[in-house]
Design a binder for this molecule. Structure first.
Ligand SMILES: C[C@@]1(CC(=O)O)c2cc3[nH]c(cc4nc(cc5[nH]c(cc(n2)[C@H]1CCC(=O)O)[C@@](C)(CC(=O)O)[C@@H]5CCC(=O)O)C(CC(=O)O)=C4CCC(=O)O)c(CCC(=O)O)c3CC(=O)O
Ligand SMILES: NC(=O)C1=CN([C@@H]2O[C@H](COP(=O)(O)OP(=O)(O)OC[C@H]3O[C@@H](n4cnc5c(N)ncnc54)[C@H](O)[C@@H]3O)[C@@H](O)[C@H]2O)C=CC1
Length: 192
């Protein structure tokens, strides 16, 4: 099949990054829920005149701070990455402009045309993480695939990753030989 999804997935070190969210309603809450589920070490600032109780309940458990006021252009400096999730489309456009002028990447929640990056479905088994994108075609399909893999991928996947991590240094410093050994050891994984 011809690849039509040209997005390139990366895995962010959220412990080193600051994420700025403009808006504190239900869309912000959805983004925060999945952000902290995957990256409980993320550093987050929320700016909005009204911040829902659901958003506020993240305080205490995570590193999240709140500014109960309207967005100001200088706020953009607070984030390495920005998510705009207000109910005002002109404001979301303005946040996007500010972010791009400051060289920051932005996701305007639920407005694919205004996004530099999309969020995806994420499946985690310990150290193993799989990200899912439908190229914006169907977030519901991304959610269902996430649930399917969460249910069906065995927890042993993490055990395997840790075993392989432990044997990695045992194959010596010859890189080519090491790769061969590890490939042989894991061959059965891709057999039908
Ligand atoms: C492009 C993208 C940009 C972005 O926001 O990053 C985007 C866009 C839009 N979402 C919309 C709606 C919904 N989004 C969800 C859920 C999720 N949306 C997520 C990501 C993305 N959503 C990016 C593409 C991801 C991809 O390529 O697959 C997930 C994966 C990750 C996350 O949000 O963290 C998370 C599931 C997490 C999980 O469960 O694992 C549900 C389902 C539900 O809530 O049950 C619905 C309702 C049903 C439906 O419409 O499908 C609408 C229509 C709004 C309207 O109708 O007005 C748009 C706009 C449009 O499509 O034009
Ligand atoms: N809730 C949903 O399920 C969906 C919502 N959307 C769209 O997403 C957008 C956001 O929706 P919700 O989160 O549900 O809205 P919401 O009404 O729950 O939250 C809007 C947030 O924007 C903030 N806001 C307003 N003016 C602001 C300003 N000047 N500076 C900073 N923050 C400001 C408000 O204080 C509030 O926290 C809307 O455009 C909506 O149409 C799209 C798809 C689904």
């Amino acid at each position: 099949m011809k690849p039509t999804n040209t997005l390139f997935p990366i895995f962010l070190r959220t412990d080193r990054l600051h994420i700025l969210i403009i808006g504190g309603g239900s869309v912000a809450e959805e983004k925060l829920h999945f952000l902290f589920k995957n990256s409980p070490d993320a550093h987050v600032t929320v700016v909005a005149p009204e911040i829902s109780d659901a958003v506020l309940t993240h305080a205490g458990q995570y590193d999240i701070s709140f500014h109960h006021r309207k967005y100001e252009s200088t706020d953009i400096e607070l984030g390495d990455l920005v998510i705009a999730a207000t109910d005002r489309s002109e404001l979301n456009q303005r946040v996007r402009k500010d972010a791009r002028s400051a060289g920051k990447l932005i996701n305007v929640a639920d407005k694919p045309d205004l996004c530099d990056f999309y969020l995806g479905g994420v499946v985690t088994k310990g150290d193993v993480k799989i990200a899912i994108s439908t190229n914006g075609k169907s977030p519901t399909l991304a959610k269902r695939l996430r649930q399917l893999l969460e249910k069906n991928l065995p927890d042993e996947l993490n055990v395997l990753a840790n075993h392989l991590h432990r044997v990695r240094p045992l194959f010596g410093s010859d890189f080519k030989r090491k790769v061969e050994k590890l490939n042989t050891l894991t061959e059965t994984l891709i057999e039908n």
